[in-house]
Design a protein around this ligand. Sequence first.
Ligand code: NAD
Ligand code: 3DD
Length: 481
Amino acid sequence: RNGLEFAVADLELAGFGRNEIRLAEHEMPGLMALREEYSEVFPLRGARITGSLHMTVQTAVLIETLVALGAEVRWASCNIFSTQDHAAAAVVVGPHGTAEAPRGVPVFAWKGESLEEYWWCTERALTWDDGETHGPNMILDDGGDATMLVHRGTSYEQAGVVPQPEDNDPDEWKVFLGLLRESLAADAGKWTRIGEGIRGVTEETTTGVLRLYQLAAAGELLFPAINVNDSVTKSKFDNRYGIRHSLIDGINRGTDVLIGGKVAVVCGYGDVGKGAAESLVGQGARVIVTEIDPICALQATMDGYQVKTLESALPEADIVITTTGNKDVVMAEHMARMKHQTIVGNIGHFDNEIDIAGLTRYPGIRRTTIKPQVDEWVFPDGHSIIVLSEGRLLNLGNATGHPSFVMSNSFSNQVIAQIELFTKPDEYDREVYRLPKKLDEKVARIHLQALGGELTKLTKEQAEYIDVDPEGPFKSDHYRY
Ligand SMILES: NC(=O)c1ccc[n+]([C@@H]2O[C@H](COP(=O)([O-])OP(=O)(O)OC[C@H]3O[C@@H](n4cnc5c(N)ncnc54)[C@H](O)[C@@H]3O)[C@@H](O)[C@H]2O)c1
Ligand SMILES: Nc1nccc2c1ncn2C[C@@H](O)[C@@H](O)C(=O)O
């Protein structure tokens, strides 16, 4: 429509989306400060950014910040349930367009995509059909699906074979391969051209960063990458305080079950697990943590939580939440032994933390969909469990994810990382980098000020005494926050 390509649920939702984007801008001081700092400079002029990141109101503000800095953008979500349709509509229509004549950004995302539709959206966001260019020159990724599609498409084209990553469910892998074959039949050489045209990727989350380090270690990274997740002002805020806000939001909207007085098991006590435990204990739950890492397990005990194995915690568990970034954490056999109507959910990036495939194949199992993203699975013995978002991250599947202020921290790092890689391509090799601490502190300063925090100034003598520059960085590179 109006020469703009897009695929969203309903453009009529754009007015609602625009109002929420306007309110979110006030809560995203980091992004608004970057628009101010770079206004009329357009550091991203010439950038063609493909985004694969949950299409929420907060992401809409990120997208419109990238556009304000000069970029062209195409977008897909990185999860089949996480799109907020009114945000997607508002981004397509744009601040000055109408549903009849949209003037925004091509978005390919809607809440409740099938797996086929998901990969089609991702491919559309990676395909720039404007004649001379074939693809993006930048990727902004969350979980690595877009980055992996480019890598696996390129290697499939050049090597003729592509190994299935062992963390993929065979059915999902068949869908992925099908898309690859279809796109190559339509346009041989497509993925190699796309791979060659990309200057770099900035990766949002822990699981996506793991995949980048694996590609780099194997010498297969096609372009430089910035690990945005490990900016302190991302993972120590989004992964923790964002989850503290949005985990119970997802459980409440999904089930309306009282959390107070119940026993909640949190699998994993990393940044997300810490936020998850805090979220649940804040509602009066008794929290039990499971961990594989003695250091994180010891932290959990010192924070007052019992640390047990899942097997020994099951008999008393009312709620089980996975936060590990690992696979096969809650298996069908565990779910078969859970109390009646135990709530089971995941907030890790992928759905392989909970054995949904094993659950669907469990002999005699029956599924009743209570409402979208809330399923009751009844076992032959009559007891049932409530599974949220089919094991996909429930804070975005059953609720609207983290609030704007904490996403402003994460996305300020994303914008800074995009500018870094796009404007200084010669300074980066095909490795994984993190942003310098000074930029991390810059993001913190903006958000601290917005919350009315008052920083103390180091005197020259104090700075010398603790051996730091009075203007920062205030910590060594090995400091753990
Ligand atoms: N839903 C969201 O909004 C959101 C936000 C940020 C990150 N994430 C995702 O959440 C996941 C966790 O992120 P993180 O930053 O906390 O990672 P992390 O590495 O800090 O924490 C994961 C923890 O799980 C533990 N663990 C691993 N396997 C385990 C097992 N089998 N049993 C028990 N514990 C186990 C690890 O020891 C680690 O301490 C990742 O997939 C990340 O991408 C989701
Ligand atoms: N409101 C929101 N918009 C976009 C993305 C959102 C989000 N809430 C959580 N994530 C996921 C992030 O925490 C991402 O940084 C991650 O690590 O998964």
